[in-house]
Design a protein around this ligand. Structure first.
Ligand code: HEC
Ligand code: HEC
Length: 268
């Protein structure tokens, strides 16, 4: 005490006590403050932590702070990392503005690392399909018979919505099944296992990996074939084709009629 009281008037006393007080406050705070909230344990897994950070900023406005969904968007609990990889890999998500069906290639591009991080976080919300490894979907080494079988499987399970050649088609209520041309094997596999939007989910029980590979093999074969005959007319089906028939057919007749009328008028 004598030591302190004799030095109280020292010019350095005030700043030193202040420093000491700050240090004590810091130490006490570190002891008392609670540990980080352990939602999905971002503490132990830096990838999940990164994913949660990105999710909070980019996705939570529609899908809810804990992936519970909202009036704007479905719940992501149990959709799995495969759904995130599919939706972000085909650039459907993050959806730019609320609408019924997010079109392919409409969202900003994210790096594989960022997509994997968000997927890892979403996977902690509830068990769901993981991102598949290449041996599950690669059609490499399929025989011609297997590819032909893939065509049969495709006609039975998929062509009702996606058209016989996978060119896509319209569905009720303004929805559509997109063209499957140019879709990567991995994204085809993930679409089956996660059932995006109006598409049914095909589980491994319903369609084993071997069958999926054959379908993928068939689709890449169809894609390599040249297109025969005429314009594609958007390849949406009979409605579009009928529309063009009308436009060119009736439109052409109208033009001819106008031309005739003009000619007739001049002749008079
Ligand atoms: C503007 C609102 C909006 C934002 C932002 C948004 N989403 Fe979505 N999301 C939707 C809607 C609506 C659907 C359902 C319609 C559809 O699938 O096309 C959906 C569907 C999904 C699905 C499919 C769910 C399933 O059942 O298979 C996933 C996965 C998904 N979103 C992930 C994300 C991720 C990850 C982000 C952030 C990077 C994100 N979304 C940002 C609106 C949004
Ligand atoms: C009931 C109709 C329906 C059936 C049956 C169906 N799909 Fe789909 N499919 C859809 C719809 C709708 C979408 C678009 C989902 C979206 O945009 O979120 C889609 C999307 C896809 C995509 C994503 C394409 C892209 O643009 O990224 C693939 C791949 C796919 N389907 C493959 C298949 C295969 C293979 C089968 C058969 C095993 C099948 N689908 C059966 C309706 C269907």
């Amino acid at each position: 005490m004598r030591f302190l009281s004799t030095r109280r008037k020292h010019p350095a006393a005030k700043p030193l006590t202040l420093l000491l007080a700050l240090f004590m406050m810091g130490a006490v705070y570190a002891l008392v403050s609670p540990a980080q909230p352990s939602a999905a344990d971002p503490n132990t897994n830096p990838q999940v932590a990164q994913g949660k950070g990105l999710y909070d900023v980019t996705c939570s406005s529609c899908h809810g702070l804990n992936g519970e969904g909202s009036s704007q968007a479905p719940s992501l609990i149990g959709v799995g990392a495969a759904a995130v990889d599919f939706q972000m890999g085909t650039r459907r998500m993050p959806m730019a503005k609320p609408m019924a069906q997010a079109p392919r290639d409409s969202a900003p591009e994210y790096s594989e690392e960022e997509i994997a991080a968000i997927g890892a976080y979403v996977a902690t919300l509830g068990a769901g399909p993981g991102v598949p490894s290449e041996d599950k979907y690669s059609p490499a080494g399929l025989t011609d018979e297997e590819i032909a079988r893939g065509g049969e499987l495709f006609r039975t399970n998929c062509s009702a919505c996606h058209n016989i050649e996978g060119r896509g088609g319209a569905l009720p209520e303004g929805a559509y099944a997109p063209s499957l041309h140019g879709v990567s094997s991995k994204h085809i596999y993930e679409a089956l296992r996660t059932g995006p939007q109006q598409m049914p989910l095909f589980s491994e029980g319903a369609l084993p990996d071997e069958d999926v590979k054959q379908i993928i093999g068939y689709l890449s074969k169809v894609e390599q074939q040249p297109q025969y005959g005429g314009l594609m007319l958007g390849a949406i089906g009979p409605v579009a084709e009928g529309f063009w028939g009308w436009l060119l057919g009736i439109g052409g007749l109208v033009l001819v009629a106008m031309w005739l009328a003009k000619k007739g008028a001049r002749a008079r």
